[in-house]
Design a protein around this ligand. Structure first.
Ligand code: GTP
Ligand code: MG
Length: 519
């Protein structure tokens, strides 16, 4: 029966809310699982990475929980975690009320089209739950608000019942008939097992023995085994949290943002251009033609220039068409949601729906708008002839294949990347040609220059930075030697990292010591 099928369908729920508002403690109280796994998370008492736990509601409905960090510097991680969810658990602390990331996470959820959920007023044992509940109701009209205390264990049954009501009738956004799409959030290796990747399966199904292709690089691999929440299964269905053991590809070659699809499918392809219907958040500054933003899709993000296709600039209000000219590839399909964040100060300013995932490069014209309207109506208008006069360029050329290879090498080098010269040698380029591509990779957010002759992939670098900051917090200050010992790395990398942190004004050098700057 349709209703029982719907009930059986697993859903993914994401936490949301400001830093320290008790998200992780609440998930621990509900599931018995501490989703803060990293030593830095435990020593600093904040979430850095996404955490996962299974949760069964009183009705028997199965949920996968994605616990996100609330820190303002980790909103991009929150967006990656929220991109596959069906409903939210917004946490507002009784003693703090609605705060900036309460609003920003809500903007992300709204732009992703996630409208079902529950508000938990956390830490109800302290503060004034009534006041926080009132603020939350104003912000999220029509959403149930439940006071809870993870510490005292109160309100948990009421919260579970409210979650069941919110989940009632939700189909889940997963699409069993769509192409295989697993948006990865992690890649790691297990002794005796090899490469393991995890993510949320947006559509299709993946089973043992399947041949898959990992985009955007197009790496081929075979699925040796599949798990759903640590349980081996033969096939995983859309909507589930999935772990794959892959053969034929190294764990360092893959990472957050990659998309596992089937080897023979041709529906998914990386793109550098997206035509989308974008809407800006109330109060956001207008986006003029050529404005540089960050576009998030799935677990991936890319810098881009915005080209409004209706009018001079995008303003808050009704959705308007715009072309996003990406500096690094995304892997979207029409109908997918994207989030748009401004670079400085970092903030979520809008989002929208992909209308054409592989448009031509074009500016505004009546013909373009007409075509996008037709696509939105589900028609298949013919592709327009290429423009006679080419669009004036707003950006450098997209990353070429060699540049993407270089980014992949940096990612696979992880926390101890080869030097710029060694990188040039590996892709058989002169240092001049390699430098040019490295500069493009830096612009595109695919590499970070560290010290004089090193580049890091941003993800391993972010982890290192978090570890050094944690060490500074524990010890007051650090030296090259103490960072080298803490990271178990060589002096070369420790020194380059500290120079980088000084340069980024995270730390300040005093003699041989480096200490955190006040925020
Ligand atoms: N009194 C009281 N304190 C709580 C409760 N829940 C959490 N806390 C405390 O609040 C602090 C933050 O809790 P977390 O669960 O780590 O908060 P979070 O929202 O996950 O934080 P981030 O992931 O960093 O955004 C910790 O010191 C908890 O012990 C509660 O119900 N009552
Ligand atoms: Mg947390």
């Amino acid at each position: 029966m349709a209703t029982s099928q719907r009930r059986d369908q697993p859903l993914t729920i994401g936490t949301a809310g400001h830093i320290d508002h008790g998200k992780t403690a609440l998930i621990n109280a509900l599931t018995g699982k501490n989703t803060d796994r990293l030593p830095e998370e435990r020593s600093r008492g904040i979430s850095i990475e996404l955490g996962y736990a299974p949760l069964t509601l009183p009705s028997g409905r199965h949920l996968s929980v994605v616990d996100v960090p609330g820190h303002e510097r980790f909103v991009r991680t929150m967006v990656a975690g929220a991109s596959g969810i069906d409903l939210f658990l917004m946490c507002v602390a009784a003693d703090d009320g609605v705060m900036p990331q309460t609003r920003e996470h809500l903007a992300v959820l709204r732009q992703l089209g996630v409208s079902a959920g529950v508000v938990a007023v956390t830490k109800a044992d302290i503060g004034e739950p009534e006041l926080a509940a009132e603020e939350a109701s104003e912000l999220l009209p029509g959403i149930e608000v439940v006071p809870v205390s993870a510490l005292a264990g109160t309100g948990l049954d009421e919260l579970l019942a409210a979650l069941d009501r919110a989940a009632e009738g939700l189909h889940g956004r997963a699409d069993a008939d769509g192409p295989v799409r697993l948006h990865l959030d992690r890649s790691f290796t297990l002794k005796g097992i090899g490469t393991v990747v995890t993510g949320t399966l947006w559509s299709g199904s993946i089973g043992q023995g399947d041949s898959v292709r990992v985009l955007p690089l197009g790496l081929d691999a075979r699925v040796r085994s599949v798990q759903v929440h640590d349980q081996p299964v033969e096939r995983a269905a859309a909507g589930q949290r999935v772990a794959l053991n892959l053969v034929g590809v190294g764990w360092r070659e893959l990472g957050r943002g990659d998309v596992v699809s089937s080897a023979d499918g041709d529906e998914l392809a990386p793109t550098y251009l997206i035509d989308a219907a974008l809407s800006l958040e109330p109060g956001a500054r207008p986006l003029p033609r050529g404005k540089r933003v960050h576009v998030h899709h799935g677990t991936r993000e890319a810098p881009a220039r915005v080209v409004p296709l209706e009018g001079e600039e995008l303003r808050p209000g009704a959705p308007r068409y715009a072309q996003l000219r990406l500096e690094a590839p995304l892997v979207p399909l029409p109908g997918d949601r994207v989030i748009v964040r401004q670079l400085a100060p970092p903030d979520t300013v809008g989002g929208g729906v992909v209308i054409d995932a592989h448009p031509r490069k074009h500016g505004p014209s009546a013909e373009v708008v007409e075509r996008l309207r037709a696509l939105e109506r589900g028609e298949q208008p013919p592709r327009p002839e290429p423009e006679q006069a080419p669009e004036p360029d707003l950006q450098p050329e997209p990353l070429d294949e060699v540049a993407l290879q270089m980014a992949a090498l940096l990612r696979s080098d992880g926390q101890e990347p080869r030097t710029d010269n060694e990188l040039a040698e590996a892709v058989e380029l002169s240092t001049g040609d390699a430098d040019r591509r490295l500069r493009r990779l830096v612009q595109a957010g695919q590499a970070v220059r560290v010290g004089r002759n090193l580049h890091f992939h941003p993800e391993p670098l972010a982890e290192l930075v978090a570890r050094v900051v944690a060490l500074c917090e524990r010890q007051g200050s650090v030296t090259i030697a103490s960072v080298r010992d803490e990271l178990g790395t060589s002096r070369k990398y420790a020194q380059a990292l500290l120079e980088h942190l000084d340069g980024e004004k995270v730390t300040r050098r005093v003699g041989d010591a480096h200490m955190l700057r006040a925020r």
